[in-house]
Design a protein around this ligand. Structure first.
Ligand SMILES: [Zn+2]
Ligand SMILES: [Zn+2]
Length: 228
């Protein structure tokens, strides 16, 4: 059975709805006030909020957990997050990530110096805390989660059917010739995670920002950043 993955625009970021055997897994929860976008996509399947069984948080930044509290309350779904991110989720704010390019370094230092612009969201208590791998077959999906730190310490990616990879902000598709993210707290770790993802040999990538892209674009960016 082929797994269906739908992209949901959630403000400046993407969520993804994965159709399982009996229910759905939602990956990320977008900007605040966007839960109706999820409902719209569920309606395409004649489904409702409570057909979501699991919400996977790729990492705890306001543009990925902004509507999480709302969607969790509406759906009663379990929320899964990496161990290294759970406290940010619980307290409702995070530091703005470090810039990796000239323009994003400026944005990052401005954001972190203005205390009122903290990266805030409604706090959520996670139900499932993972360390590294997590198998999704209990949720009717042929897939698994891998730990891919770098953008943030607890960033995770989802591999579906060994073919598709949902990456959060570990890969970022808003530039023409590169999928390198403009923000990452640890760039060395990020590139180690890229190697880990590349080994899975997936053919399609579903980023937190921008449209899905092919292995070819990932490989071209790898060549620019990883010298073997
Ligand atoms: Zn992020
Ligand atoms: Zn993001």
């Amino acid at each position: 059975m082929k797994t269906e993955i739908s992209r949901i625009p959630m403000g400046k970021s993407n969520s993804y709805l994965i159709k399982g055997k009996d229910g759905f897994i939602l990956v990320d929860a977008g900007m605040p006030g966007k839960s109706k976008n999820v409902l719209k996509t569920l309606n395409n399947y004649n489904a409702k909020f409570d057909d979501i069984d699991l919400i996977i948080v790729t990492h705890v930044h306001n543009d990925h957990v902004g509507s999480l509290d709302d969607i969790k309350k509406n759906s009663n779904a379990l929320v899964l997050v990496h161990e290294k991110e759970k406290n940010y989720l619980k307290r409702g704010y995070n530091k703005f990530p470090d810039g990796t390019m000239a323009f994003s370094k400026i944005i990052s230092s401005l954001a972190n110096n203005l205390f009122f612009s903290k990266d805030q969201f409604e706090p959520v208590e996670a139900d499932i805390i993972i360390d590294d791998g997590f198998d999704l077959s209990d949720y009717g999906v042929n897939g698994r989660i891998i730990h891919t730190p770098g953008h943030t310490e607890g960033s995770i990616s989802i591999i579906i059917e060994n073919k598709f990879c949902i990456t959060g902000d570990t890969l970022f598709n808003m530039f023409l010739n590169s999928v390198y993210p403009p923000f990452a707290n640890d760039e060395e770790e990020l590139l180690e995670s890229w190697k880990k993802i590349r080994k899975q040999n997936c053919k399609k990538y579903y980023p937190g920002h921008g449209r899905k892209f092919s292995l070819n674009k990932f490989d071209k960016t790898i060549k620019k950043h990883i010298k073997e």
